[in-house]
Design a protein around this ligand. Structure first.
Ligand code: NAD
Length: 283
């Protein structure tokens, strides 16, 4: 039976550390500030944004949520981002997705100053990640939080076969770069991959981020593997389920993240941690 990787508990610990860092920074005259821009009234986004705000306030981070109407133009968002880019009291800026279709998401990503890009999506930061730069730069919070979990649970990374299911800019790709930078042997599989389980069965570390409930079953897992389930899907009863079929995978795997209580809380904790890092680096 696989050991549970308790993301909730670990996130609590990280949040305590972040809170302590905020106290130290404030004593030096720096008050970390996060700005979250939300456009339109997507219900799920509203919940995420509210959770982020609540967590930031608990930790002592100044949190501003800027709500814009659904019909906001690209120029209006760009002008707002520019304003926050120039505001020295703001350390982290993020724009909640999804965005309405009149908005070019890539242009928004490029507009956020790399030094305030708390989501780590700006191409300059992505480039640093892929060139394994040793400078301080922000990284997409979900994969960064997964690395924190792997380290906390002493999962051996160097030389491990790591397989990532999904190649999104938010999860799969930055996850591949982080694991490669940690000297794992990395394979990325996706919707065009032929015979996916031939790869997953060889994985010492398996990270699944597809948005397809219960895609990965126990027969696709190497005995003893570490399985990280990024998926957040709602079943018919409205319950949150992952991309991994927990019941058939847990008896085979060595370590596994639950959904909920795994990757989710770590993503928010990492966002807070990274806001404070950006404030520190801005000194
Ligand atoms: P996405 O839709 O951008 O990408 C999905 C990826 O899965 C694509 O690269 C696609 O090629 C791949 N895929 C689709 N069907 C596949 C199949 N049958 N076999 C193999 N690969 C397949 O999604 P995303 O933004 O990476 O998110 C994925 C999931 O993770 C979603 O459920 C999302 O809600 C969740 N998520 C959770 C967190 C968190 O903090 N817990 C953060 C981000 C995303």
């Amino acid at each position: 039976m696989a050991e549970l990787i308790d993301g909730k508990q670990l996130a609590k610990k990280i949040n305590e550390q972040t809170k302590a860092s905020v106290t130290v920074l404030k004593a030096r005259g720096i008050a970390p500030k996060l700005v979250v821009i939300i456009v339109g009234d997507d219900e799920a986004s509203e919940i995420y944004v509210r959770n982020k705000h609540r967590k930031a306030v608990q930790i002592g981070i100044i949190s501003e949520t800027k709500r814009l109407p659904e019909n906001t133009t690209q120029a209006e968002i760009l002008s707002l981002i520019d304003q926050y880019n120039q505001d020295e009291t703001v350390h982290g800026i993020m724009v909640q997705s999804p965005l309405p279709e009149q908005i070019d998401e890539a242009a928004i990503t490029r507009a956020i100053l790399p030094a305030k890009d708390v989501d780590g999506f700006n191409p300059e930061n992505v480039g640093k990640l892929y060139s394994d730069s040793d400078q301080n730069y922000p990284v997409s919070c979900t994969p960064k939080g997964i690395m924190t979990m792997l380290k906390a649970y002493q999962v051996k990374l160097a030389g491990a076969n790591a397989v990532i299911v999904g190649r999104s800019n938010i999860v799969g790709r930055p996850m591949a770069a982080l694991l490669l930078n940690a000297s794992a042997t990395v394979t990325v599989v996706h919707s065009h991959t032929k015979d996916m389980s031939a790869y997953t069965r060889d994985a010492d570390i398996l990270v699944v981020a597809t948005g397809i409930a219960n895609l990965i079953k126990g027969d696709a897992i190497k005995p003893g593997a570490t399985v990280i389930d990024v998926g957040m899907n709602r079943d018919a009863n409205g319950h949150l389920t992952g991309d991994v079929d927990f019941d058939s995978v847990q008896p085979v795997a060595g370590k596994i993240t639950p959904v909920p209580g795994g990757v989710g809380p770590m993503t928010i904790a990492t966002l807070m941690q990274q806001t404070v890092e950006l404030a520190k680096w801005s000194e």
